[in-house]
Design a protein around this ligand. Structure first.
Ligand SMILES: [Zn+2]
Length: 290
């Protein structure tokens, strides 16, 4: 088996594809067997997990040294015009944070919402107000799980790289989830070593070097058109230059977790882990030769 990564930890969104059982608890066993180190618990269709199960997951992940994160429900929309729905979305986010904490997940990723009829500036202000309220309640409850706003792939969704970084800069404690498939599909042609480094330097410029030392990253291939993301693809079947992308992460010294969301899940997460290890070996060997 490949040794545990130093720097970046690789894992999958949800239960590994090859796992015969689709429970998160069994998923952890399958994950370890496949040689991976991280898993994102999927609360995306609602919070169906009980707190009892969450604590069993926490225990098992700790024993197996698996890094856990979680993903909040897709139906959250902090930019809705309906004040009741907005409040419900805030509640869902808080409930997700509490459940993520019970499961031992260090980070909770969420999609902020849709622009709807609002312009980007109005959307920014409305989402900011909603998030400040959520963060203040989370702080008063001393919830340790960090909230991560994701860069989104569809142009009708709030969450360009710029918007995400500006919000994280303004709201104390809010961190980004950098989805490079989404950035690629939305911002157009962010698909070379240089482009990837530019994204990383932008993150560093806006949020400080710390943001790269504790990053949370999503990756997959992506099918897209002028509206942005259409669906996920396997990296190996897409035009995304994942070798250059991973080299850029390595060279920029990014640390944290990489969650693979391509349909092949663990097969591609493992491919990325191997590729990353090959960069490390190359560096060690070149230092030896000096
Ligand atoms: Zn997401």
């Amino acid at each position: 088996m490949i040794p545990a990564s130093d720097g970046l930890y690789f894992g999958v969104a949800g239960v590994p594809e090859s796992c015969p059982d689709d429970s998160s608890l069994k998923g952890l066993d399958c994950l370890v067997a496949s040689g991976l180190e991280a898993m994102e618990l999927e609360f995306v269709h609602g919070l169906k997990m009980t707190f009892e199960t969450a604590s069993l997951i926490q225990e098992k992940a700790r024993q197996q040294k698996i890094r856990l994160s979680a993903h909040a429900p897709y139906f959250i929309n902090l930019n809705t015009d309906d004040p009741i729905k907005r409040m419900q979305s805030q509640q869902w986010l808080l409930k997700s944070l509490r459940l993520a904490t019970a499961a031992g997940a260090s980070d909770l990723v969420f999609h902020a919402g849709y622009y709807g009829l609002k312009n980007p500036e109005e959307s920014y202000e409305s989402i900011k107000t909603s998030l400040v309220e959520v963060m203040s309640i989370a702080r008063s409850e001393r919830i340790p799980t960090r909230l991560r706003i994701e860069t989104m792939g569809k142009r009708k969704q709030f969450g360009s790289l710029e918007e995400v970084l500006n919000l994280c800069r303004e709201i104390d404690g809010l961190l980004p989830c950098l989805d490079f498939a989404h950035i690629f599909a939305r911002e157009g042609r962010v698909n070379s070593y240089r482009d990837f480094l530019q994204v990383l330097y932008k993150v560093e410029r806006k949020l400080g070097a710390r943001a790269l030392k504790n990053a949370h990253i999503h990756i997959s291939g992506v099918h897209y058109n002028q509206t942005g993301e259409l669906r996920h693809l396997n990296l190996t079947e897409s035009d995304f230059r994942y070798e250059e992308w991973l080299q850029a992460l390595y060279d920029a010294g990014v640390r944290g977790t990489v969650i693979c969301e391509s349909p092949a899940l663990e097969a591609e997460a493992l491919m990325l882990k191997n590729l990353y290890a090959s960069f490390q070996y190359k560096k060690i060997n070149s230092e030896k030769q000096r």
